[in-house]
Design a protein around this ligand. Structure first.
Ligand code: AR6
Length: 170
């Protein structure tokens, strides 16, 4: 069955979906941007679960390009899937790592049985990835991934990001 790709301009923490993807960092202990917003609105249960994951599996941190799930706390979702995007580099092509974030998150979603998954524009904020390229990689990768997820909803914070994703969905 094919996955339906949808776009929303808004705040990902307000979405009602099975899983919300977080653009985290490898510490899994929170940060700014969408990560900060998810922990703020989702409450301390998410951080507790992240600490447990660090203790049990990721003492050295979650590697870039990988994904792992926790409770979604008070968010209107069952799970948060934390993925670590690469920092943008003008010298080194890290596109494969960014694509890996989407593939790994969808793999985790499939393992959980999630049918609706919301993604932010991973790496396109604090990590500096140019929005048009981030949107291209996101859309191409999701389209090219075999998954049972029925809806992938890209939730773009501002108009610029929304337009970049709209252009890719064409
Ligand atoms: N809903 C949807 N999108 C959002 C929201 C929100 N509530 N808030 C921000 N964005 P960023 P990164 C957009 O910086 O580039 C954190 O400190 C934002 O406008 O959140 O992957 C982590 O802990 C941008 O388009 O993530 C890491 O250290 C997109 O989400 C680092 O930032 C991603 O921006 C990760 O940086």
């Amino acid at each position: 069955m094919s996955t339906h790709l949808t776009l929303v301009q808004g705040d990902i923490t307000q979405q009602s979906v099975d899983a919300i993807v977080n653009a985290a960092n490898s510490s899994l202990l929170g940060g700014g941007g969408v990560d900060g917003a998810i922990h703020r609105r989702g409450g301390p249960e998410i951080l507790d679960a992240c600490r447990d994951l660090r203790a049990s599996h990721y003492g050295k941190g979650l590697p870039t390009g990988q994904a792992v799930a926790t409770t979604a706390g008070r968010l209107d979702a069952r799970w948060v899937i934390h993925t670590v995007g690469p920092r943008y580099s003008a010298d080194t092509d890290r596109s494969d790592l960014l694509a890996s974030c989407y593939r790994a998150s969808l793999r985790v979603a499939d393992e959980l049985g999630a049918r609706t998954v919301a993604f932010p524009a991973v790496s396109a904020g604090i990590y500096g990835w140019p929005m048009d390229d981030a949107a291209r990689i996101a859309v191409e990768t999701v389209r090219g991934t075999d998954t049972a997820v029925e809806e992938v909803r890209f939730v773009l914070f501002d108009e610029r990001a929304y337009e970049a994703f709209t252009a890719q969905l064409g």
